[in-house]
Write a protein that binds this ligand. Sequence first.
Ligand code: FE2
Length: 171
Amino acid sequence: MLNDLEFDSKNFPTIIVNDGSVQTLTDAEAWAADNKAQIKKELANTGAVLFRGFPITDAMSYDDFFSAFGYENFTYKESLSNAVRINHTERVFTANEAPKNIEIYLHNEMAQTPFYPNIISLFCESAAEKGGETILCRSDLIYEKLHSKEPELTEKLEQDRGEIHYPHAFD
Ligand SMILES: [Fe+2]
């Protein structure tokens, strides 16, 4: 499954599809533990890894699978965020509790918090029948392009960073 990894930043996200050899949660935990060094190297190069077809069905099994990579836990409480989330396990909490008709626009995850994790992991337990996509983008690359075309703007944004406010769209 990992033979195609190129460790190249042009691949975004890296997509790893279960070839059928990982059949149980125990298999998935063992596979993650055995391959974590290679996957972390790929993540460092591409910025995102998407797993498809693994036997992960709920928050508990996702916690077990993600824990196998050995990252230190960073609880939502530690971020000092005031957004409403529901913890399902010590590591797994909801992305938001907004009504379903509210669109969550592209944003830097936890950018409004004074503390934030180095790695963010997302899991979809129940896909929406319509819409519901989670958009990923390399904001560092967007910044580089913006900075090369509009350096005055990016310098102003950096100077004004303390003035950025995040309104609650669904208060
Ligand atoms: Fe978010």
